[in-house]
Design a protein around this ligand. Structure first.
Ligand code: NI
Length: 256
């Protein structure tokens, strides 16, 4: 890290500390990236709520659900974003940190389109032992995403859903909430577009968090399935929101 950036980071930490001590519970509203450049999107982070458990669903009182994409960004992600844009809905992208370099514009588009970026480790490893190396996977991904976009995630999805009390204890100081899922069509096994669609539609209930993948392999079946999944669930009266919104977490933004 460049020495010149250190002052910016110290300022950001102080600002974050002030905000945290104001009792809002919000993540630091950092106005610049560590490179000193103003972020192109105005969204800088999201409120964090301390939890000692994994989140698997949102509130069930309303027909709201969150569509979440893991393991990207990849070459499929822009086409997923096109589908979401056509449908006029946001999603949540649990990004693998090593995939960020060279795909910064895709991440910026996610935020510009109203979707939210979240943390899925740096190289898609088991985080459950919460070793120093595992925690570095989390921190390096936070930094990669923030450097690319100016946005600092508040949700973490441990790869494979492998979690532990030790991991959960390491998350509060990182302002991260462990976010799993309630509907898993196992699209990564490539069971066919129809099976992906059928499994999601059979599983969705109010408050569902749906897990599909935009990276990690051939995602053409997932890509083909999502327009009709979205259309059918809309027809059933469901509203699509980001996982942060589903969990009642506010986004923080730069001042205009
Ligand atoms: Ni994954």
């Amino acid at each position: 890290m460049a020495v010149a950036a250190a002052g910016v980071i110290v300022a950001a930490l102080v600002l974050g500390g002030l905000l945290a001590s104001s009792g809002t519970g919000a993540a630091p509203a950092v106005g610049t990236t560590a490179s000193g450049q103003p972020p192109s999107p105005s969204v800088t982070g999201c409120a964090y709520r301390q939890r000692s458990t994994n989140v698997r669903t949102g509130p069930t009182a309303r027909k709201r659900i969150a569509l979440t994409f893991d393991d990207g960004p990849s070459a499929y992600t822009p086409r997923v974003l096109d589908v979401l844009e056509d449908a006029g809905i946001p999603a949540t992208f649990f990004v693998v940190g090593r995939n960020v370099a060279g795909r910064e514009e895709i991440l910026k588009r996610m935020l510009a389109d109203g979707s939210v970026i979240a943390n899925h480790s740096f190289t898609h490893v088991d985080l459950s032992k919460a070793s120093a190396a595992a925690l570095a996977q989390i921190d390096d991904t936070q930094e990669a995403i923030e450097m690319a976009t100016g946005f600092r995630p508040c949700l973490l999805r441990p790869p494979y859903g492998l979690t532990s009390r030790r991991l959960l204890r390491a998350l509060p100081r990182r302002h991260l909430t462990s976010t799993l899922w309630s509907v898993n069509p196992r699209d990564f096994t490539r069971p066919g577009t129809a099976a992906i669609r059928r499994r999601v539609l059979a599983g969705v209930k109010p408050g569902s968090i749906v897990l599909v993948h935009d990276g990690g392999g051939d995602r053409s079946q997932t890509l083909a399935a999502i327009p009709s999944i979205i259309g059918t669930l809309k027809a059933r009266g469901y509203t699509f929101v980001t996982a942060t919104e589903l969990l009642g977490l506010r986004l923080s933004r730069t001042s205009p």
